[in-house]
Design a binder for this molecule. Structure first.
Ligand SMILES: [Zn+2]
Length: 347
């Protein structure tokens, strides 16, 4: 019998946005969040047509994005779409807490909607980011009929650092949150974020929510981006208290220590919550050769991680987040998806 064919969602317009430089603490670097990331993943998935069925998503309804992000932020992206071709705008001026006035029609006010200098705006930012959200949205919605139990949104640019009000960390629209809103109409949702970096945007969107559980395993933010979020003491507030779980791990964590954290801390939390749907925010920057992260997972560790999570057998959408080793990115994604399929015993 042929194996379960995993539906993959991706639109070529996601390649149009190409940030060139990252204005980082180390200075002006080559930007790691490039279209070649998505091309690397596609290339590998296309070598296994029996295992992956690649679809172009339809445009995402604007209302689905507006459920997640404030209007001013979305208006700013429209303003950026009037920039001339290849001309970036780097937010460099940020408001103090009491300064609450900005004009999203003025590109010079972009810092009001942003948290860092690594996330430039370009003419094509909105085009690619909105199609990236469309890939997540449709991958999520294709679980609803029950026909598919495992789907993949090849989201690029990524999303988990963007919250209601702010973009940053290479993220403009929170794709996992868009997926969670779509699935939340049909049941409860858990988001498991395995990116090397804490998903501060996703956490903050659902911090006061008891319908969406957010669990994140990431590098200790004491000395890793995003620094001010992702500590174990952050567990949600008000009705959301207990619905956020942060598992910070030390720099250099290897595959077996990582898998132990998944088995001993993540699985019991997911079992206790019993979500109708699971969203995996899949960052491959936990890979041993990733130029940004310091964890030491090998390609086969992605399979083991997927198989362990898949054993819970919850209908799952995988949403792509970070991962910057362009050469091996596709193999890491394929390994995770194969692991999930195996754990879920999908035939
Ligand atoms: Zn990351």
């Amino acid at each position: 019998m042929a194996p379960y064919q995993i539906p993959v969602y991706f639109h070529p317009n996601q390649l149009l946005f190409h940030p060139k430089k990252d204005w980082d603490q180390k200075g002006l670097l080559e930007h790691p969040e490039v279209p070649e990331r998505a091309e690397s993943i596609l290339k590998v998935l296309k070598t296994a047509p029996d295992d992956f069925l690649i679809h172009k998503p339809a445009r995402v309804p604007l209302t689905a994005i507006q459920q997640v992000h404030r209007l001013g932020m979305l208006q700013l992206y429209q303003t950026a779409s009037k920039l001339s071709k290849d001309q970036p705008f780097y937010p460099t001026h940020f408001p103090k807490v009491h300064q609450r006035k900005a004009d999203p029609n003025n590109i010079h006010h972009a810092g009001f909607y942003c948290i860092d200098t690594s996330t430039p705006l370009y003419k094509k930012t909105w085009t690619s980011a909105s199609w990236s959200a469309a890939s997540a949205y449709e991958a999520a919605r294709s679980l609803i009929s029950g026909e598919n139990r495992l789907t993949y949104g090849l989201c690029r640019p990524p999303g988990h650092h963007a919250d209601h009000k702010y973009f940053g960390g290479f993220c403009y629209i929170n794709n996992a949150a868009v997926a969670a809103q779509a699935l939340g109409e049909k049941g409860t949702v858990a988001i498991l974020d395995i990116d090397y970096h804490h998903g501060d945007g996703t956490q903050s969107i659902f911090y006061y929510d008891n319908k969406v559980l957010y669990v994140s395993v990431h590098a200790d933010p004491v000395d890793e981006y995003p620094y001010y979020s992702g500590h174990a003491l952050e567990q949600g507030l008000e009705v959301g208290a207990g619905y956020t779980l942060n598992i910070p791990l030390p720099k250099g964590t290897n595959g077996s220590a990582y898998l132990a954290a998944i088995k001993e801390q993540v699985l019991p939390k997911l079992l206790q919550f019993e979500p109708t749907y699971l969203i995996i925010s899949a960052g491959m920057d936990i890979y041993s050769h990733d130029p940004v992260g310091t964890f030491k997972l090998e390609v086969e560790d992605f399979f083991k991680t997927g198989e362990t999570i898949g054993s819970l057998n919850i209908p799952t959408v995988v949403v792509q987040e970070g991962g910057y080793c362009v050469h091996d990115l596709g193999s890491c994604v394929q390994s995770l998806l194969y692991g999930l399929r195996s754990g879920m015993q999908l035939k």
